[in-house]
Design a binder for this molecule. Sequence first.
Ligand code: UDX
Length: 461
Amino acid sequence: MAVEEGKSCCVVLVPSPFQGHITPMLQLASLLHAKGFSIVINHSELNPPDSSKHPEFTFFPLKDGLSNNNPSFLNLFDIIPEMNVNCRVPFRDYLVQMMEKPEIYGQISCIVYDHLMYFTTEVAVHLKLPTILLRASSCAYMEAVCAFFALKAENYFPLPESQLLDPVPKVPILRFKDLPFDLISEIPEPKLQLFEKVVNLGFSVAIIFNTIKNLENHALSWLQKHYRVPIFTIGPLHKIASSQTSLVEEDTSCISWLNTQAPNSVLYVSIGSIVVMDKNEFIETAWGLFNSNQSFLWVVRPSSIEHDLPDGYLEAVGDRGRIVKWAPQKEVLAHPAVGGFWSHCGWNSTLESILEGVPMICRPCFGDQNVNARYLTHVWKVGLEIGPDDLTRCVIASAIRKLMVEEEGKELRQRVLDMKQKLQMSFRDGGSSHNSLKSLTEFISSRVCHYYKNRNERRTN
Ligand code: UDX
């Protein structure tokens, strides 16, 4: 299909097939479209975005041969490398077709790609097209992964188990156990290679983060020195772009139930789109929620559990709890009845919760989530930490009461409300994210982009 008539500059976007990554990419697409670019989305067949929700974009599926998979963090490290191999040729062919017919497709200004879709840079460099990396996670996480590789080069790993709680020398706010690797064992080579590709910018001309400058000043400065390309911090995207991004139908019935609940009385529980709970954690969480005596709205994705709810559980909970398969999360967090969020600390959920002034119970699982949880509990101090060894119904119920009704919870709520107030300035006129988005638009349309493109061409010749 041809892009919109009359639009001469086109941005090609390549999201990865995970909800937490597709969301910021589609939000960015909406913003760039509003600035006058035509938009082409080259997506995988696995977990495709719903093109009918975005008639203003051109969608082109890349044959990945993976559409029968059900992505979760358990198969992520198999899916990603295969997708990067399978998508390369169809992507190259599509770009060549676009470049041969600029009168139909428009002139490609640049390609914005998700960090998990690293094949993009390899294709683009051959076609002499500039690429910009969009990170779906925080600056702090990217800094942490870079710190890991620097320490690895100094032969720091493997570590004895006794050191897992020690501070990481280059980023002392983190403990070794917050890094996304099992540091006491030999790290498998394919996993190392994947992470190396993901933090390697290749010839990309800039990085975009869905974050706010004031939230991550320190990590941002570090990345600016390390990567030496422009970095645009244009978050929180969900507050700046109105875009329908959900891959799954949202159960909006929970909003009518929330309407009947007292302010700040409901705990919202969700572990995002790819985390899976084992049987023990699921059962203990169920009884912990019940024993806390607090009202709750719990998202239980069918693909996130290996076991049914205990017999008689729903009857015992009665009207005090609601369980849905997928919630309209942003609306839920913005609802006055919601007073706390039990979360796996995905980056989107983290930003969504902070920007609604909702304090969190942090139960991270993998990847960037441990770093996010550490920042939530120890830097911004708006969350309580619950570790994998604390997952008994008794500890869970006590953590929930602490957040929802005790003094500590009140302090966390006040702090996150203060944070929300301050951060809101960033996306208003003249705020840091507002300005950064303006600079990004100019960067893409102006000579700056061409300058970096030419610089890269010189480097490759
Ligand atoms: C993944 C990674 O796990 C995460 O750590 C990384 O930062 C981004 O990619 P995911 O685990 O799905 O994402 O978590 P998160 O980043 O929080 O994204 C989930 C998105 O789904 C959020 O935007 C949230 O609003 C939405 N959601 C979740 C719903 O709309 N309804 C739900 O019921 C649950």
